[in-house]
Design a protein around this ligand. Structure first.
Ligand SMILES: [Zn+2]
Length: 213
C-alpha cells in the first residue's frame, strides 16, 4: 500500500529479497525464482504455491508489509489456477473485523480484489461474513482446528444461486477454515458449486503424517 507509483511502474528491487534489479529483467531475481515452488493441491484444496522459500517470503511481505510488488508476483500463478477452475465469481474468505483491525488491513480481500481486476470476475465480498473471532489456528491439531472454526461463518441466503463460486484464502494448513466457510456458502448461498482455492499451502504437512489428497 505504501509503495510509490514510481516503484510500481519501474520496480528496482527483487520483491522477495530486495536485491537490486535491472529494468527489463524478470521481477524475481534468479535465486528467488529458483526457490519459488509451485504446489497444485494440498489436502484436496487447489493451491498455487508452496508456503516455503520464496513463496512464504512473498506472502509475508504482501500480508504484513503491504508490498504491492510481492502481490504482483503472487497474482500470476493464482490467475492461472483461477482460469483452470472455470468459476464465475470470487468470494474472499472473510476475516472477523477484530482481526482486520489488529492487522490494519484484510490481505485476503485485497488479494481477491486484485484478482477480480485482472480476471474481470465479480467480487462477492458481502456474501459471507465471520460471526465470531476465532483464536488463531496455529498450533492446534486438525480436529481442534475444525472445532475452532465450526459455526464461525454466516452466508447471505440465495446470494450465489446457480453460480460457480471461487472461495479464496491466502495460506492454508489443514484446510479446516476453508472447509467450514465453503460448507456455510453451499448451505445458505445456494451456488451451483463452491471451489476453494488457496494462494499458498504449508507443505510441512506432507511430511507430518497427514494424507495429501
Ligand atoms: Zn530475490
Amino acid at each position: 500500500m505504501r509503495s510509490s507509483l514510481l516503484e510500481l511502474l519501474a520496480p528496482s528491487v527483487c520483491p522477495a529479497c530486495d536485491s537490486p534489479r535491472r529494468p527489463g529483467t524478470p521481477r524475481l531475481c534468479d535465486l528467488c525464482r529458483s526457490q519459488l515452488i509451485p504446489l497444485r493441491l494440498l489436502r484436496g484444496v487447489p493451491t498455487a504455491l508452496a508456503y516455503e522459500g520464496t513463496g512464504a517470503e512473498l506472502v509475508q511481505r504482501f500480508k504484513f508489509d503491504g508490498r504491492r510488488d510481492a502481490l504482483c508476483v503472487l497474482l500470476e500463478p493464482l490467475i492461472e489456477r483461477v482460469a483452470e477452475l472455470r468459476v464465475d465469481s470470487i468470494v474472499p474468505l472473510p476475516r472477523h473485523p477484530e482481526r482486520v483491525r489488529e492487522l490494519g488491513r484484510d490481505p485476503v480481500y485485497e488479494l481477491a480484489r486484485a484478482l477480480t481486476k485482472r480476471t474481470r470476475l465479480p467480487l462477492e465480498s458481502g456474501v459471507l461474513r465471520r460471526t465470531r473471532a476465532t483464536p488463531p489456528q496455529t498450533g492446534l491439531s486438525p480436529r481442534a482446528r475444525r472445532t475452532n472454526v465450526a459455526g464461525s461463518f454466516a452466508a447471505r441466503p440465495g446470494t450465489l444461486e446457480g453460480r460457480r463460486a471461487l472461495l479464496l484464502d491466502d495460506v492454508i494448513t489443514t484446510g479446516a477454515t476453508l472447509a467450514a466457510a465453503a460448507s456455510e456458502l453451499r448451505r445458505m448461498a445456494k451456488p451451483h458449486t463452491v471451489l476453494p482455492l488457496a494462494l499458498a499451502g504449508t507443505p510441512a504437512l506432507l511430511s507430518g503424517g497427514l494424507a495429501l489428497l
